[in-house]
Design a protein around this ligand. Structure first.
Ligand SMILES: [Zn+2]
Ligand SMILES: [Zn+2]
Length: 651
């Protein structure tokens, strides 16, 4: 029998008989590997473990580690779901069932929408099928036979998929679970070897869907589920979903009276009193950070003539995302979706010398993006927002030092919120503009800055913007989700388009480089992240109401009002709750409003000139003089960061 050469990821070569399969290769390495194997990658293509190897190949065995294997595992769970549904609900038509980053789903046409009891029954059936450890078998059917088979089954959607996706092919790849009566699906694979491999899965919910996502097509029922290699990972994920629901900023924002929406202004928040306080606290915090760091705050116009957008290139490439308006004398105008072009006009508004650089312009005016109403979501996807946006105009020789300063700034800001983060360096993409040498220099400058500030980072090769390389920052919230926030982008193209220049020490004109940078990003989105990170329990420095003073009875109301005035005079945000309610009721309400401190005033406090302090997290703190409370609160405010309650603490 002829032998073939199998090259493994470590570069080693094994000789095996032709016709061997990846699972044979795995078994030849170790029985344990064969047991842990889920699927394989042969010459870059994911395949089943039973894939016949007939020629020399590079083979990688996928085990229960890594995203590729998880993808196969989840997609296999989608088949199991469809098998359970078609067994329980004969006559169901199957659509598609892909794996996702969070789990998997499958779309069906059913006689009536699924109810929660159906999901329970379906999941139970899935467990039955998993317990039977049925084989996922790949078969190649003649194309016409496959079309006839699915037609006779009453599955026109599958027939349509086969016709669209296998034109010109003679054979069609299908997969059975056990046999074609138990379940068969048109699919190129790969899958796990058998249903018994699927351990940690759970159906989550259903939603309405349409065939091919088009509302003109037939309505379908989408069943969502998730799957993990182990039950432990699954349980952790389910707990995270529950926790995320509790923390949903749309829910918490309403409960805390921070913001509201109206359908006449989709995607644009109405900031209520407390929300505006929070917003302004963040905005002023950033001003307080940026002003000493050498930034000037500017305010450019919001509406610009289309000529500006033509110069920036947005008219050609971004117009559909902008709100366009016409002036009374018929000028075509666009609402700005980003601050950069305005800052370029400010830079160009006077002659600049190398002595003026770096020039750092910061702006928080509102921006508008014409997002489709269907994609809008709470504060995370909006039409109107503001950013802690800035542009640094530098000489090429200043890039590394400026980026290093920015890295320190990011470190400090996220530290103030108690947020951990990671950094990615995205390098030259295929469709880059400019010279390779310029790119190399820019990337080297970014690396130099990262190394100088001892910032660990990963490289996203080829993921830079077409105009320059960039650094992206992902923060991790209290329940382990990651959010991309800060970005630092080098730009060599806009200075060309806007013909920006400065006079160098050599008296000649040069082009500056622009660094686009934001740390929080959009205030709206960052507030959404903070609400969910802190579960609404903001640390003292951010809390819209920092303390509430509560008289026990009417006769204490006047004293309580004086206490509140003293707190306000000391710069604390304090409320008075003088309603004729029981003190325990008031405390419970303040607790639900997540107010950090409750100051109770009764006979003894009035007599002693004190307040009985309760803290949101620590309960009763005993009586203190008002001055002592103010001093401690001010210390706590200036210390800022309070760790947010994570999963363990919150549950
Ligand atoms: Zn499949
Ligand atoms: Zn910009």
């Amino acid at each position: 029998m002829s032998e073939i050469a199998i090259t493994l990821p470590d570069g080693s070569v094994r000789r095996v008989p032709a016709g061997s399969t990846p699972v044979d290769v795995a078994a030849g390495i170790s029985p344990r590997l064969a047991k842990a194997a889920i699927a394989a990658v042969v010459d870059g293509r994911p395949v089943d473990l039973t894939f016949p190897l007939n020629a020399d190949a590079r083979v990688e065995i996928l085990t229960d580690r890594g995203p590729d294997a998880l993808h196969v595992y989840r997609h296999s769970a989608a088949h199991l779901l469809a098998a359970a549904v078609t067994n329980l609900f004969p006559g169901t038509q199957c659509g598609i069932g892909p794996a996702t980053d969070e789990g998997f789903y499958y779309d069906f046409i059913v006689e009536r929408p699924f109810v929660p009891e159906d999901l329970e029954a379906i999941e139970k059936k899935m467990r039955d099928l998993a317990a039977q450890d049925l084989i996922y078998e790949r078969q190649i059917w003649p194309r016409q036979e496959a079309i006839d088979f699915f037609t006779s089954r009453g599955e026109p959607l599958k027939v349509q998929l086969i016709q669209e996706k296998t034109q010109g092919q003679t054979g069609v790849s299908v997969y059975t679970i056990k046999d074609r009566d138990t379940f068969v699906d048109f699919c190129v694979g790969p899958h796990v070897p058998s249903t018994g491999r699927l351990k940690g899965f759970k159906l989550l919910n259903t939603s309405n869907a349409y065939w091919k996502g088009d509302a003109k097509n037939q309505p379908m029922q989408r069943v969502y589920g998730t799957a993990f290699f182990s039950d432990k990972e699954l349980q952790a994920h389910l707990q995270r979903i529950e926790e995320a629901k509790k923390r949903d900023h749309r829910k918490v924002g309403k409960e805390l009276g921070l913001f509201t929406f109206h359908h006449w202004a989709p995607g644009s928040a109405f900031w209520l009193g407390k929300g505006t306080t929070l917003y302004n606290t963040l905005a002023n915090y950033m001003r307080g950070v940026l002003f000493p760091a050498g930034y000037q705050e500017v305010k450019a116009p919001i509406i610009f003539n289309r000529a500006l957008w033509e110069t920036s290139g947005h008219w050609d490439h971004y117009r559909e995302n902008m709100f366009l308006v016409t002036s009374s004398d018929n000028e075509e105008m666009g609402l700005k979706a980003m601050n950069c072009p305005g800052h370029f006009l400010i830079f160009a508004s006077e002659s600049r010398s190398y002595k003026d650089l770096p020039l750092r312009l910061h702006e928080q005016t509102p921006l508008h993006r014409n997002e489709a109403s269907g994609v809008l979501s709470g504060l995370t996807r909006v039409r109107q927002f503001s950013q802690d946006d800035a542009h640094c105009f530098v000489m090429e020789s200043q890039i590394a030092a400026e980026v290093e300063r920015l890295l320190r700034l990011v470190q400090r800001v996220y530290g103030d919120f108690g947020l951990q983060y990671t950094v990615k360096l995205s390098t030259r993409p295929e469709n880059f503009l400019g010279e390779v040498a310029t790119w190399d220099h820019a990337e080297a400058s970014l690396k130099q800055a990262l190394e100088a500030s001892k910032q660990p980072y990963t490289i996203n090769a080829g993921d830079g913007a077409f105009y320059g390389p960039k650094l992206d920052f992902d923060i991790t919230d209290a329940i382990g989700r990651s959010w991309q926030c800060a970005t630092i982008q080098l730009d060599y193209q806009m200075p060309e388009r806007f013909d920006l220049k400065y006079v160098g020490a050599d008296n000649a004109e040069h082009r500056p480089v622009v660094i686009h940078r934001a740390i929080l990003g959009s205030f709206e989105r960052f507030i959404a992240i903070l609400i969910e990170h802190y579960a609404g329990a903001f640390p003292l420095w951010l809390a819209p109401v920092q303390a509430v003073v509560m008289p026990i009875a009417d006769r204490h109301a006047e004293y309580a009002a004086q206490v509140r005035q003293r707190l306000e005079a000391a710069g604390l945000r304090a409320e008075l709750d003088a309603r004729q309610e029981k003190i325990n009721y008031k405390i419970r309400e303040a607790q639900l409003q997540k107010i950090p401190y409750m100051l109770v005033a009764g006979d003894r406090e009035v007599a002693d000139g004190t307040v009985a302090v309760r803290s949101r997290s620590g309960g009763d703190q005993g009586a203190r003089s008002v001055d002592d409370f103010v001093r401690d609160a001010q210390l706590e405010i200036s210390a800022k960061g309070e760790p947010a309650a994570g999963l363990a603490a919150a549950s």
